[in-house]
Design a binder for this molecule. Structure first.
Ligand code: PHE
Length: 325
């Protein structure tokens, strides 16, 4: 004959001893377990005590059942707190724009050749963007530069510079030859965008004036520049072209992937331009060039749509940040 008291005591001892859940379940709740045995005892309980006895056994049964179900549950899906590592919560990093990277790189290469960096305003007057560069109002070549005009409140006709060449004029007006500068910056053209055209893009202008600066000097500088940038010997070629501010004028092509790629406009600075900017010394001559940076980036990184470069799409920029020439 077993008593409720003895089963209770046994149960609490088992819990204190951390007896396994399966063991507890089997020992107390199975068909032949202690609770079943206690219910068996009911038969021999006097009728007036049956009710209270039954209740007490039931209460004990529920207590054991709830203990078992709680602990079974916690064994199946143990509560685990994962430590949080700093690399898990770090925001995704962007990369440096290929345009900024190329412009810095170009500055480095030219500074080693004694060129300094010059800047000019993005909002220009006709004088600097056109007239002083030998492109008067009536000149048909003005149409080459699809201009965005700005009407300022005082009625002064201004424009967003269409190229970095006006920086040449600003610099020559304030500095004496000999001189060597590059001028990186944004330029604006009023034209529809497509895979190879953007309304806002970047150029790096170059200007070198000295007494001995010839086309041969120019070709040597360009060869050095592209070979250093691409870290290999780059074949270059000058093709005849036309710009009002250079005479003669060239397109510079580089040989890459088995083809000639047009990469810059250039030429020997037109004497009219030197005069317009206040340089009258007949011994002074030199070259100027303008490289399109987006175009250079497309070639260097194999990008087939210029619009991606300014898209701020992290899938694109995060790749470029990792690539350097
Ligand atoms: N400014 C010209 C352009 O944007 C390029 C150029 C610069 C040509 C300097 C000759 C000399 O098309």
């Amino acid at each position: 004959m077993i008593s409720i008291e003895s089963v209770k005591t046994q149960y609490h001892t088992d819990i204190d001893n951390q007896v396994s859940i399966e063991e507890i379940e089997k020992k107390y709740l199975s068909r032949k377990g202690y609770i079943a045995q206690l219910f068996e005892e009911m038969k021999s309980i006097s009728p007036e005590k049956k009710g209270a006895y039954g209740q007490e056994v039931n209460t004990l049964k529920k207590e054991i059942e709830s203990y078992v179900s709680q602990h079974q549950h916690s064994q199946e899906t143990p509560l685990r707190i994962h430590p949080i590592h700093i690399q898990d919560i770090q925001a995704e990093m962007g990369g440096m724009s290929p345009i900024s990277w190329l412009m810095f790189r170009i500055q480095d290469i030219f500074s080693e050749l004694g060129f300094s960096v010059a800047t000019g305003p993005e909002i220009e007057t006709e004088k600097y963007n056109f007239d002083a560069l030998n492109i008067p109002d009536t000149h048909p070549a003005r149409d080459i530069w699809d201009t965005m005009w700005i009407q300022d409140p005082l009625g002064v006709k201004s424009l967003l510079r269409t190229h970095t060449s006006p920086v040449q004029i600003h610099y020559m007006e304030t500095h004496k030859a000999p001189l060597r500068i590059i001028a990186p910056g944004k330029v604006y053209r009023y034209e529809a965008t497509d895979a190879t055209h953007e309304t806002v893009f970047h150029q790096v202008e170059g200007l070198m004036l000295d007494t001995q600066t010839s086309i041969a000097t120019f070709k040597g500088v360009m060869h050095h520049f592209f070979s250093t940038l691409f870290k290999q010997d780059i074949k270059i070629r000058l093709r005849p072209s036309y710009f009002p501010f250079t005479e003669p004028s060239f397109e510079i092509d580089i040989w890459m992937d088995n083809t000639w790629l047009e990469i810059a406009g250039a030429g020997m600075v037109n004497r009219i331009v030197l005069k317009n900017a206040g340089i009258t010394d007949a011994d002074i001559q030199g070259f100027a060039f303008g490289v399109g940076i987006e175009r250079l980036a497309m070639i260097a990184y194999g990008i087939d749509d210029v619009r991606l470069i300014h898209s701020a799409d992290i899938r694109f920029t995060s790749q470029l940040g990792k690539i350097t020439l």
